[in-house]
Design a protein around this ligand. Structure first.
Ligand SMILES: [Ca+2]
Ligand SMILES: [Ca+2]
Length: 231
């Protein structure tokens, strides 16, 4: 950048000061800084546009006749369904290079259970190349917080490294439907308030037993987990 916008040495500043009216001098400096700032903004916007990032993390589980439903997992999400965390779906904003994607591309480390990456049995892209489904041999042990990481070896179809955050912290605590980190009476009440609702992706977390309906069975199951908590 200095090649195109050389920093003025003090003596050059003096020459400019001596030969230029004060208003004009201030204007020239203002335009210089605006130009540099403009270039910085262009660079930031360009990166956000061209580099692949994970746009959505979801945990999938079966819900009877309602089918397999994904619940979006924001940072710190807690999976409350008894099926636990066994299938993840990551949506990217760019198609990934299939050759760089596989079970080894996903790392999972539990706060108390340590490295669980060997549980990943498959990581496969859909036809668009943007949706990655991660399958585990068995669900993650209940009662722990896990950090899921997409390896930095994953590349987009264009050969670029991923940008942005490649990790997500996900807790596994059956019955913690309000994601407080503990299974309490509050979770029982939250399920009770939804009894009878048709199960969709927006309320699937309350169908704790995965039956496809929110019912008294889910309340009983949450009661079974009362007192459980995350580390
Ligand atoms: Ca709770
Ligand atoms: Ca149910």
């Amino acid at each position: 950048m200095n090649e195109h916008f050389p920093t003025l040495a003090p003596q050059e500043y003096g020459v400019l000061s001596a030969g230029t009216p004060i208003m004009e001098k201030n204007l020239s400096y203002s335009m210089w800084y605006q130009g540099v700032l403009g270039l910085c903004y262009c660079r930031v916007d360009w990166d956000a546009y061209v580099e692949g990032t994970v746009r959505k993390w979801e945990v999938l589980a079966a819900h009877g006749a309602a089918g397999v439903l994904g619940v979006e997992a924001a940072e710190g999400y807690v999976e409350a369904r008894a099926a636990g965390v066994q299938t993840l779906r990551l949506t990217f904003d760019e198609a990934l290079d299939t050759a760089t994607v596989g079970p080894a591309a996903i790392g999972i480390v539990g706060q108390t259970h340590g490295d669980c990456s060997s549980l990943v049995s498959a990581a496969s892209l859909d036809g668009s190349g943007k949706v990655l489904t991660v399958q585990l041999r068995s669900k993650l042990e209940d009662g722990d917080r896990y950090t899921v990481t997409v390896a930095d070896s994953v590349r987009t179809v264009g050969g670029r490294a991923l940008a942005g955050n490649r990790t997500r912290q996900i807790g596994a605590l059956a019955g913690d439907v309000n994601r407080s980190g503990q299974v309490t009476a509050g979770d029982l009440l939250a399920v009770r308030a939804r009894v009878g609702q048709a199960v969709t992706a927006s309320n699937a977390g309350y169908d704790v037993d995965g039956s496809g309906t929110v019912s008294g069975s889910d309340i009983l199951l949450v009661r079974h987990f009362l007192g459980d908590s995350l580390p």
